[in-house]
Design a protein around this ligand. Sequence first.
Ligand code: URA
Ligand code: SF4
Length: 233
Amino acid sequence: MNREQLIKEMGLGPIWKLRRPPQKSAADAASSVAAAAAPLDHRTAAIAAMDWDQLRRAVAECTACPLYATRKQAVLGVGDIHAEWLFVGEGPGAEEDERGEPFVGQAGKLLDNMLAAIGLRRGENVYIANAVKCRPPNNRTPEAAETAACWPFLARQIELIRPKLIIALGKPAAQTLLQREVTISRARGIIHDFAGTPLIVTYHPAYLLRNLPDKAKAWEDLCFMRKTMASLR
Ligand code: URA
Ligand code: SF4
C-alpha cells in the first residue's frame, strides 16, 4: 500500500494531501484534475508571498471555507513576530471571535499561566496562533477540510516568524502541523520535526480545564519545552 492509499484507507484524504501535493507528472498536469487544482495552488502561492499586512487583510476577508459565514471576525494571531516560541491552538472561541485575539477566554487564562510557569509572557518572545482563523460554530472541532483551507495562512505565519520551537496545543493543531493522525498521549514528550523546526505536542488548555489529572502531565510537558528551548540556544 502506498502513502496515498494508506491515507485514503484511514479516511484522511484528500485533506492531508493539500499541503504537499504529490509531484505531478506531465500527463497529470495536462489532465482536468490538475486544472481543477490550479485555483487552490494559485491561492496558496499568493499567501506564501504575503507580508504581515497582506496576511492580516487576506485573513479578514477570507471566504475559503464555510467558517467565514458564521464568524464575527477572523483571528490571525497575536504576539511577537520575531518570537522564538510559537504556540498553535485549534481555533477561536466565542470570546476570541468577539475580541479578535486568540486565547482570551478561560482556556487563554490557563495558557497564560502555563506560559508564566516557564517564564514566558504573551507577546514577549511568544506568538500565539490557531489552526483555523475563524470560530467553528458552537466551538466544534474544525473539520479537516477547514484546517486544510486555512493551512496556507499558518504556514506563512511560521515562515515569517521563523520560531525556534513550535508547540502544538491539542490534537487538531498537532495533526495540522504534522500532517498525520496523532494522539496526544503518544505524541507528547517527543521532539517532532516541522520542516526543520523542532515541534512539541501537548494538551490543549481547554482539555486540561476538563481533565485536571492530566495537568501533571502538562507540567511535565512544560518542563520538557523549557529544556528543549535551552538546548536550542
Ligand atoms: N482555544 C483555541 O484553540 N484557540 C483559541 O484562540 C481559544 C481557545
Ligand atoms: Fe478562511 Fe481560515 Fe476563516 Fe476558513 S477559517 S474562512 S480558511 S480564514
